[in-house]
Ligand binder design. Sequence first.
Ligand code: HEM
Length: 398
Amino acid sequence: SGPPVEPFSLDFYQDPHPTYAWLREHRPVHPMQFAGVRVWLLTRYADVRAVFNDPRMSVNQETANADFLAAGLDYGSGTEMVQALLFKDPPDHTRIRALASKVFTPRRIAGWQDTVERISNQLLDELDPHQKIELQDAYCYRLPIMVIGEVLGMPRDDHRKLRQWMDPLVGLSREEALAGTKSMMNYVRDIITAKRTDPADDVISALIAARDGDQKLTEDELVGNVFGLVSAGFETTASLIGNALLALLDHPGQLRLLQEDPALMDRAVEELLRYDGPTATTIFRFPREDVRIGGSVIPAGEPILMALGAANRDPEVFSDPDTLDVRRDDNPHISFGRGIHHCLGAALARLEGKIALRTLLRRYPDIGLAVSRQQIRYKSALIVRGLEELPVVLRPTP
Ligand code: HEM
């Protein structure tokens, strides 16, 4: 026997949890075929956490076995993309991360609160509250694009282009993804050139200053990591906002609790990250040597995927894991990863999530779906879990 629905088959995405539950219980280290390659899918919290902290695990796609590379599952090869933190192992990772952390500090991020609030309000001002609105695009996406564009120091007129280039990355066509990546890289190079002569108070200028000061980043690393910030920063956050909103609309009692006590927002966002977080899986890991996980031995170079959405509902760690509880206080969810690759932008993502929800729910407390619940679909995408569309009416006429 096997899981009720094959992981990553077309039907899986609408409700992955029965499959995750079966795998956690019966086959926590699951060898599966993905694009013709054997991939090991991990669903238990303890195993996932152990892999995050295991120095034998590499994220460098060159350490993958020949099958993985032959299937074209590698991402951004031949572009500066592979210089991004997410694809680097120590010691390079350590050096670049130290520099990026100096620029992307909690203090700097906290200073962006007003920016995020202004952008949320501005986007909502543009919407007709009585019309049906596709909120995923009009708000959930636009907000993080405008925020990341602004804090990085990209001209406002260019924000739309970012979306155009990034969109294909989450689709499945390798050619489209590569074309988008290349256009984006050229754009990032041009911006860097412009900021060298005309620096401002923004993240790109700060990264340039840090790099040019100590010669600690190569030019390709600089380009790859600016790209990395954009790509890591908006699809995930857009999906957090959309998934969170849908979860609250699905649970009117929880939504009411949050509306009656806005001080619950911090906990609520953690719970929404756990309950239906935007990172279904991590990027691939490749063991440098044969490793034993649970009862299985994973041979060197074979790709491992960690299902964060499954780990976040592991009953060994969370009580009533399938229940959305905005008051949950003991919540060590793993949606931002762990270990050396722990999300660099977690504080920004949390800030955006909180402000996006708070502003929307404060201005439009009666927001509701504009279609039946069955019509809402999740995208079929491996890493980022998010909605295709979220049609709502902000102020339904009673
Ligand atoms: C890494 C989640 C938003 C920047 C990661 C990882 C996860 C994650 C799970 C680790 C992946 C792995 O180990 O395979 C999220 C979620 C977000 C979010 C759930 C939104 C809700 C952001 C934002 C930024 C950002 C807004 C920056 C603007 C990064 C970077 C890394 C990363 C640079 C790589 C860090 C490293 O490898 O050292 N994120 N992220 N993320 N994230 Fe995020």
